[in-house]
Design a protein around this ligand. Structure first.
Ligand code: ADP
Length: 514
């Protein structure tokens, strides 16, 4: 048996995946590597193997303490000499660690970025052989991403201090800008860029229109994933608590997780979620990076993630064992208008965030297979998947050009200052309080859109926003504008075709048999 196969069996596996082998070979030849593979893509095995094969200590930079200790525990159980160096060690433990390093008793050293960039630590690392540096979650380097960690931007000094030690940067993203930033910041030389498919074909993707979201989630939990383990992502901390309480009261074992909880509570909830099958974790995006739990069967988004990357990473936490899993995203028109207005009000990096959000809206509103649309964002071309709501339905579409013209005319006539909800009421001919207050029942377009339902009108508006037929104002008050593209629709030069849509079904808590 050669060293590579021996290392593989020491780590408990029978064969390398092709990309893992390529990355390991490059590292073993002393080359820098940038490995982009989705969550669950098997990135850890690459630096662990190469670190064991090459002479010296492999230094692995990891942004999360929980991830470090989990990996070190697992490796130790396999008899591998792995340790971590971070702020949780007391002086005695640090001394033991230094002694072990000096006596070559450690093969893999996990270290937090804060520690690594301290001059004394860099100096100390010079006193022994380093086999490689692995920078996990390397997208934390990008200032534009939501995962930005300032210490990561100082990691470029590793190449200056250790020019002959190969570096592997690992990332769960393939965004071109991020990949370029990683290569430049880490000063990678003749870097071998390897990327695997981001497709996770075992995850059934369902994206649906939101209305009474809690009851929709209840329907999903009850009918689609009864008794299974999964994560529900919400935007706000308060909402995670409210939903976890509500589900627990309904007899569904649920916990919450968000950044404002104490470390102890976070650890306890993570532990329960990991060890008690059937638990539901209701969390903000704080729960995510580095979570490796094989039996997560579903991921629900009750609010809209910020961009395609985040969405894809988050659903990737389901089905890591390769068995069937489900992802449900519920969103509505309001999520789109609110998200866009919120992002526009952020003073810093708003342009990039808005651009990424816009791209995500287009992915969501595109026709055809969900997986094809999502993967196209990562420059991957796939055949239709047969495992998304679009492929599994009859995929009917409708030409809504005339309806779009009515809506755009109404926006023009109401000078873009009325909310979409009111415009829909006008088109549906509803004499609601707000319609009467705005004197809108006299509009020539009043009741001229009755051929469509509310859900269809919302879908049309989302489509028109996503593909820039309507421009949302970015001032705090609600305003919308028509533009050159809308004029082309109004003139009949552009056809608007959208998929047929329905609200995702609901289940009321009173109808639950507990
Ligand atoms: P990532 O770091 O890319 O998110 P991990 O390294 O945590 O992914 O690996 C994801 C899962 O795949 C883990 O459960 C791991 O045990 C498994 N895995 C990785 N490589 C192999 C392999 N060569 N053979 C079988 N299972 C593997």
């Amino acid at each position: 048996m050669n060293l590579k196969s021996l290392t593989l069996s020491r780590l408990g596996y029978s064969e390398y995946r092709p990309l893992q082998e390529k990355a390991i070979d490059a590292l073993c030849a002393g080359q820098d590597v940038l490995l982009a593979a989705p969550t669950g893509g098997g990135k850890s095995l690459v630096y662990q193997s190469a670190g064991l094969i090459r002479q010296g200590v492999a230094v692995i930079v990891s942004p999360l303490l929980s991830l470090m200790s989990q990996q070190v525990d697992e490796l130790t159980k396999k008899g591998i000499r792995a340790k971590f160096l971070n702020s949780t060690l007391n002086p005695g433990e640090q001394d033991d660690l230094i002694w072990a390093l000096r006596h070559e008793h450690i093969d893999l050293l996990y270290i937090s970025p804060e520690k690594l960039v301290q001059p004394s630590v860099i100096g100390f690392l010079h006193s022994f052989d380093i086999s490689l540096f692995a920078i996990d979650e390397a997208h934390c380097i990008s200032q534009w991403g939501s995962f930005f960690r300032p210490e990561y931007s100082q990691l470029g000094q590793l190449k200056d201090s250790f020019p002959d030690v190969p570096i592997i940067a690992l990332t769960g993203t393939v965004d071109k800008d991020t990949i370029n930033t990683i290569q430049t910041s880490l000063k990678l030389k003749d870097c071998q860029v390897l990327r695997s498919s981001f497709d996770r074909s075992n995850i059934k993707i369902h994206i649906a229109q939101k209305r009474k979201a809690k009851q929709q989630v209840l329907y999903f939990l009850h009918h689609e994933v009864p008794g299974q383990t999964g994560i529900i992502y919400c935007r706000s901390r308060k909402k995670t608590e409210e939903i976890a309480d509500w589900l627990s009261q309904l007899g569904l074992p649920s916990l919450c997780y968000h950044a404002a909880m104490t470390e102890e509570d976070k650890r306890a909830n993570h532990h329960t979620f990991t060890h008690q099958p059937g638990t539901i974790m209701v969390a903000t995006t704080a729960y995510g990076m580095g979570i490796d739990i094989a039996h997560v069967r579903f991921v629900v988004h009750i609010d809209l993630p910020n961009n395609t990357e985040s969405y894809f990473q988050e659903i990737g936490r389901a089905g890591r064992d390769g068995k069937p899993a489900k992802a449900l995203l519920l969103y509505g028109l309001q999520d789109i208008t609110q998200a866009q207005q919120l992002a526009a009000m952020q003073p810093f990096s708003a342009d990039k965030e808005l651009e990424n959000m816009g791209k995500f809206f287009r992915v969501l509103e595109s026709r055809g297979c969900r997986r094809q649309n999502l993967l196209a964002h990562f420059d991957e071309r796939l055949p239709a998947c047969d495992n998304c709501d679009r492929c599994l339905s009859n995929r009917s579409e409708q030409n809504v050009t005339i309806a779009s013209q009515k809506l755009l005319s109404l926006i023009y006539h109401t000078k873009g200052v009325q909310p979409f909800s009111l415009l829909i009421q006008i088109l549906l001919g509803k004499k609601t309080k707000s319609v009467l207050a705005a004197n809108a029942e006299t509009s020539p377009l009043f009741a001229k859109g009755k051929e469509l339902t509310e859900v269809q009108w919302k879908a049309i508006i989302r489509h028109l926003i996503a593909f820039d037929y309507i421009t949302l104002g970015t001032i705090s008050a609600f305003t919308v504008h028509i533009n050159e593209k809308s004029r082309s629709v109004l003139k009949g030069n552009t056809q608007i075709i959208i998929p047929n849509e329905q609200y995702y079904p609901t289940l009321h808590e009173d109808d639950l048999e507990i």
